[in-house]
Design a protein around this ligand. Structure first.
Ligand code: ACO
Length: 193
């Protein structure tokens, strides 16, 4: 994390710990989505540009030494995509903001944690929900976006991304809809319970 301060040994220890956490949550997310291979691993993250993983930790659990103290993961990124707009015209969108992987621990779902994690990401990135493209959303994520952000009307695509009405509308204050403010970071969204 960009907030980390420490010597080389501590940095290596922290890297190993963070990698284990990311791999574990990535694996749980894959199981929840019935995927054969996790979308998120520490190794994939290391190799990719323009991707960020947000982790949500319950510090109460953390201090008690339990292993499931990290309760959520949200991976986002920027991708160059060929997309259809509302009129069905093909458009190339550079650096489209994407929701790539999202998981809240099975026992903690439906208690508002996912929304807190998502809100943290939106406010950090200064992204609007309607300007996010979503990579192969699950039924749970479709329900989540409808419930919290009123996102329902999709713009049909030929690929596996889901886009909502309003994606192509120009932001008056800013020509570019969503801009990732830093190139690659990991942030801990702590203690949202
Ligand atoms: N069945 C149907 N809808 C659900 C379910 C469920 N089991 N769980 C969450 N939702 C939706 C509903 O709209 C729900 O509102 P409701 O309880 O009033 O019906 C809403 O999400 C709850 O919002 P939060 O509590 O803020 O969200 P939560 O902490 O549950 O996190 C998340 C949402 C991340 C989608 C979580 O349910 C999860 O991890 N699901 C399993 C993995 C998954 O499907 N991830 C998305 C994959 S696609 C991708 O990442 C691009």
């Amino acid at each position: 994390p960009h907030t980390f301060h420490g010597n080389r040994r501590q940095a290596l220890e922290a890297t190993a710990k963070m990698s284990a956490i990311i791999d574990h949550l990535g694996q749980l997310s894959a199981i929840a989505q019935k995927l054969n291979i996790p979308i998120t691993t520490a190794q994939k993250l290391r190799k990719s540009d323009n991707q960020i993983v947000y982790l949500m930790a319950d510090l109460g659990e953390f201090n008690s030494g339990r292993s499931d103290e990290v309760v959520g993961l949200l991976k986002i990124g920027m991708k160059d995509l060929y997309l259809f707009d509302e009129l069905g015209q093909s458009r190339k969108v550079d650096n489209a903001p994407c929701i790539l992987d999202f998981y809240v621990h099975d026992k903690r779902q439906r208690s508002g944690l996912g929304n807190k994690l998502f809100q943290t990401m939106l406010s950090e990135e200064k992204w609007e929900p309607v300007k996010c493209s979503v990579d192969r959303p699950s039924e749970k994520l479709l329900g989540f976006l409808k419930k919290h952000y009123g996102l329902e009307r999709v713009i049909p695509q030929a690929n596996h991304f889901v886009l909502y009405d309003g994606f192509f509308e120009q932001d008056k204050a800013n020509e570019q809809p969503n801009v990732m403010t830093r190139s690659r970071r990991m942030l801990m969204a702590n203690r949202y319970l």
